[in-house]
Design a protein around this ligand. Structure first.
Ligand code: ZN
Length: 204
């Protein structure tokens, strides 16, 4: 591994699929569908104590694999993987930050399930939305009161925030109606999941 000095930034154009010779968007999309057997997107907190969430989820759910293995082609290039869970790691595991990633994950690989995971003793339960907004104004001189949806900023009650987030996903046009959405609490000390919400999608 190394960090290279940039000599010719334009050279990086050849590492973009849509710049490839004979690029055909539907063909490339079909190839991506075969490269990764993604089934489930897991949204969870960037707290280092929560890093095991996708691995533990793969142990407790049937037929899920994480992290799996990277697949190489004959030339030694990385061309895919065996993981069925794709992580979206954001503050508090809040759904609002995951919307775009779910839409794109579904377009590329197809998504069957979305698992929203909020964990015990989360840092986002150590402050309140008004407290964050007030402090940011005092310390940074910026009013962020209308930048983010207030109910997505802090966790005051794990069951309520999970309910909020599952409803937020279900109401979004960017989440396919066929997708199952689950809301889990993860106990950070015991690595145990509790399934609180199971919102099944329409059958495909
Ligand atoms: Zn957290």
């Amino acid at each position: 591994m190394s960090v290279n000095d940039i000599k010719n930034a334009a050279e990086f154009g050849r590492f973009v699929y849509s710049n490839g010779p004979g690029y055909d968007e539907p063909t490339v999309r079909a190839a991506f569908r075969n490269a990764v057997p993604l089934k489930t997107i897991a949204i969870y907190c960037y707290d280092p104590r929560a890093a095991e969430i996708p691995s533990v989820l793969a142990k407790v759910l049937p037929d899920e694999i994480y992290p799996g293995e990277v697949i190489y082609d004959a030339a030694g290039k990385k061309v895919g993987g065996t993981a069925t869970i794709m992580p979206v790691v954001v503050a508090g595991g809040r759904a609002i930050d995951a919307l775009r990633s779910i839409t794109i994950g579904h377009h590329l690989f197809g998504v069957t399930n979305v698992a929203v995971v909020h964990h015990t003793n989360c840092g986002t339960s150590s402050f309140t939305a008004p407290g964050l907004i007030k402090t940011y104004l005092a310390e940074e001189g910026e009013d962020i009161s209308t930048v983010y949806e207030k109910d997505s900023l802090a966790i005051a009650n794990l069951a309520e925030t999970l309910d909020h987030d599952v409803k937020l996903l279900r109401a979004s046009a960017g989440i396919p109606k066929s997708v199952n959405i689950y809301g889990y609490v993860f106990n950070i000390d015991t690595d145990e999941f509790t399934l609180l919400i199971s919102d099944l999608g329409t059958k495909q």
